[in-house]
Design a protein around this ligand. Structure first.
Ligand code: PYL
Ligand code: MG
Length: 262
């Protein structure tokens, strides 16, 4: 999995504002509204204990401070522990954290100690970006393209199948594709199919995975990016809206998914 860099996390609040405005325009809901609609939950100032983790490549600059900003923005009470790792975990629980958030190089998790709900960033990110794509108000049909069937893409594809969309998907890894066909009954898509989509959810670690043969003249692309799958020239040539930012939307989805339903 590609690791975030401190540079990815600069000016998060500006990226959030921009994506909130785009989401509102193309779906009718801002990120808060999408989270509430997706999970049926509303934050009630739950206390989020954020623990720096030194495993693997170690602490990433701006990461825990970004989580604190995101938790507070969406109405949670947050704090970053003074110590990392096990000492930090003990500190967070001792200080009354309701929800624990921490990440090593493989899993970034939110765990609600009160209701035992637990989620990974992969699943929460796949579900919300797929959901955003599926809410495109100018969609021409219920056909939706999923590019990438790894842990993020598969979770998003599963969510879209459950919502009743006609899910087409592609992944260079034939095993990933076959697993999704067998388990989710998605339709395999290859670019020479000539079929075009007005809704695209992209979840790959590569750039420029979206070609102009895949998209209709008016299209919504929703992706956690890093890097962006939409080539700039394609985005300019067609009327494409892009919802993409590196961390906030996925973390909001994590937090809303582990709090109590109203
Ligand atoms: C959650 C991000 C989204 C994309 N890649 C994931 C990533 O970079 N994971 C690693 C996070 C490591 C955090 C580090 C710290 O600062 O506590 N252990
Ligand atoms: Mg990507």
């Amino acid at each position: 999995m590609a690791l975030l860099t401190p540079e990815d996390l600069e000016n998060l609040s500006m990226q959030l504002e921009e994506n909130d405005e785009i989401a509102r325009r193309v779906t009718g809901l801002d990120i808060r509204g999408i989270c509430e609609a997706l999970y049926g939950t509303k934050p009630g100032s739950e206390k989020v204990g954020i623990i720096p983790i030194t495993a693997g490549n170690g602490v990433i600059g701006n990461f825990t401070s970004s989580l604190l900003f995101i938790a507070q923005y969406f109405g949670f009470e947050g704090f970053i522990t003074e110590h990392p790792d096990v000492t930090g975990y003990y500190e967070a629980v001792s200080q009354g954290a309701d929800i624990i958030m921490m990440a090593d190089d493989h899993i970034f998790t939110a765990h609600n100690l009160r209701n035992e709900k637990i989620v990974s960033n992969h699943v929460a990110t796949g579900v919300i970006y797929a959901d955003i794509a599926s809410r495109f108000r100018e969609a021409s049909s219920k056909d939706i393209l999923v590019i990438g069937l790894g842990r993020v893409g598969y979770a998003g594809a599963c969510h879209l199948v459950n919502k009743g969309f006609n899910v087409y998907a592609c992944d260079p890894n034939k095993e990933f594709l076959q697993k999704a066909v067998d388990e989710l009954n998605i339709k395999p898509y290859c670019s020479d199919d000539r079929k075009k989509f007005s809704m695209v959810f992209e979840a790959t670690p590569n750039a420029d995975t979206i070609s102009e043969g895949m998209i209709e003249e008016r299209c919504l692309v929703s992706t956690p990016g890093i890097p962006c799958g939409l080539p700039p020239e394609v985005g300019k040539k067609y009327r494409v809206d892009l919802v993409m930012e590196p961390l906030v939307i996925g973390v909001a989805s994590m937090l809303y998914s582990v709090i109590q339903n109203q």
